[in-house]
Design a protein around this ligand. Sequence first.
Ligand code: UDP
Ligand code: MG
Length: 320
Amino acid sequence: MSEQISIIVPSYNEQESLPYLYRALQKEAEEFRKLDVEFEIIFVDDGSKDNTLKLIKELAERDSRVHYLSFSRNFGKEAAIYAGLKNCSGDYAVLMDADLQDPPEYLMEMYLAIRDEGYDSVATRRVTRKGEPAIRSFFARCFYRLMKRISDTDMVDGARDYRLMKRSMVDAILSLPEYNRFTKGIFGWVGFRTKWIEYENVERVAGETKWSFWGLFRYSLEGIIAFSTFPLALASWMGVLLCIVAAAAIVFIVVRAALFGDPTAGWPSLACIIIFIGGVQLLCIGVLGQYVSKTYLETKRRPLYICRETNIEAKQKKDD
Ligand code: UDP
Ligand code: MG
């Protein structure tokens, strides 16, 4: 019996790159057909404001392997990935960006690694960050180094979301019900045998990146809060440290007063200490607040996305 690979493409304002992607996928599909493997392409339109949806619909009309889901607004790539995985029906699923930064040429190598070498998933990482602003690469490296220290979950520097996985891993990922989804962490958390393929960074074929520097910065904080509780512990450790410092200072002051008397002086240093401790306290409350706010969002149990239209009828109904 033939096998099926679901290709999930989150697309947000990608009208320029989609035609290139579709052409490249068609070429790959021919190769795969020789192995009796069929493609299913699921475009997840993440509330695009350009002609992305129109383009996808045209493709779907011509090609029955093309499926789509269109969100009611922009819910973010994480939500698009979730929606794609939830609505795919293949024996395998692969996540792929619309801009050809995840070269479809690697699909065959990835598939063969799972079929012949016994892996559950094949992931990719880029070994260079060519074409990216230097400051962005620098902070990305810092982020991964930090995560390695403060989180138990494996996160690989340069890892892309481009990944082929077996059904069992897809189901595992879907079984994590969290609202704040940081997919890179979730992949590591669910485990499974993963092979890594490395390649040089490819620049996007058309259109422009959706990530601003601050967008990425906020996303990295999300990752830290979702996959590490170390910042919470940090407050306690700082508290312990400050208690020790305070105890030492008390001993010092008592001894000094006993030996030399107690002339009243030193209010500027006192002011500095109060401001410093106040700052540390506010910082710790802020950290706590971040975790509380995430918990708040989790408890609301809002859906991760709202679908405006789709041509994946059967599946949608089954889920409801
Ligand atoms: N994307 C999305 N929703 C968003 C932002 C991005 O679905 O809110 C998609 C986008 O269309 C692309 C992929 O996520 O297919 C990666 O985005 P992009 O290429 O802008 O990110 P970069 O490669 O620069 O990190
Ligand atoms: Mg890109």
